[in-house]
Design a protein around this ligand. Sequence first.
Ligand SMILES: Cc1cc2nc3c(=O)[nH]c(=O)nc-3n(C[C@H](O)[C@H](O)[C@H](O)COP(=O)(O)O)c2cc1C
Length: 450
Amino acid sequence: MTRPHIRLGVNVLASGRHDAAWKTFDDKRHLSTDIDHFVQIATSAERGLFDAIFFADGPGGLVSEAHSRPWRALDPMVLVANLAAHTEHVGLVCTTTTLFGHPHTIARQIASVDHASGGRAAWNIITSQTAPALGAFGLSQGWDQQDRYLRAEEFVRIVTGFWDSLPDEAVVADTERSLYLDPARLRPLAFEGQHFSARGALSVPETPQGRPVIFQAGQSADSRAFGARYADALFTGQRVIEGAQAFYSEVKALALGYGRDPDHLLVMPGLFPILGATEEEARRRKRALDDGLDAAALRDELSHHLAVDPDRLADLDAPLPWAEIEANEDSVPIASRWHRNEMLKEARLNGWNIRDLMFSNITGGHRVYVGTPESFALDMVDWVDRRGADGFNLNIDVQPEGLDLIADQVIPVLQRLGRYRRGYEGRTLRDNLGLPRFVAGDAADLRAAV
Ligand SMILES: Cc1cc2nc3c(=O)[nH]c(=O)nc-3n(C[C@H](O)[C@H](O)[C@H](O)COP(=O)(O)O)c2cc1C
């Protein structure tokens, strides 16, 4: 049996995933808007032969995170369009919401990026509804869970319908007949939904990938069903292998149920490595970064996640107040529960005290790995071999130095193990991810049918 190559993305955050990373920079004030810095990160990812760089985003509005660290300031669509010009191979994943705005805008923008990048665009779907976003769009309340996913479904069907609406062969450019675009070859959309409707064809012709790649980020049962049906790759957040295996086997089975090849649905949990030449050096690097955190603010954040009074978390070396944590689960908003549950699963498994949990990336949510480049490579291989993941969306402690370290020291280990590419396989992101080119109207595409 051939053992699959590990897929890797970089979850780009200007200063890095560690909340105190920004304190290590000379120019601390412009990190979120410094385009040269993003170019450096993209170039480093490409040097490490990463599949993609990934721009998470909120649906709108200024987030409270901005009070304590550089936040996601620039529109990711503009960023990926810019980075397309500075890179050649790496995929460009842009996060946008299916709750706000109209699908036509996203269909046109992502298709344009696919052309501008020679087939490297991906759309990452999020379904979150934060208070800043509702405020920015002038709404006083959001949608319930069922409506969130109905909206998402209608949104994605319109976007993909638009992507299929102007096939390459419709551009005939026939000088004899003075016919540039043949209307008979269009596949216009006629979609009437409960939330969104759209008619006609997109102005952007079929893109180099046929359809740009679709990522989706979520965790709930509705999210898993939605992702298994419409996405090519899932960005997810398991922190323990058993949970990752359950998620993995469930979404692959769901994909099969939708008539899809499960290998064409990639599962990529987030993962946050902090590395050093020895394990002790890695721990020292983490401690040095952690020392830059505001412990009181972090304790408030933990108390919020756990729905436990901050006073109960005052002694950092005490055990976690498990009885209270369990009793208060129902008072945590549904949207935050996956994050809470994953943290708690890892804490329970490792017998963590309050301090251990508090300094385990509770703001970012993804599993932290502290160790050497070799042990980190083996950890990733282990998760893939045990069918908990197809690859990982890596969170980097400090950008770009943490990413350079991975490119220079982790990737060669994976290559020696025969588990990573030595050069990009193809021209498009689909080629590199091993995903087939989508053929519009293909009978296998049950995703189009409702
Ligand atoms: C790994 C992961 C990454 C996510 N990234 C984002 C993001 O960048 N921006 C955002 O607003 N929401 C993000 N979300 C939130 C999801 O889009 C979704 O709103 C959330 O998981 C709640 O929906 P669910 O309970 O149906 O999963 C992310 C969720 C997960 C699990």
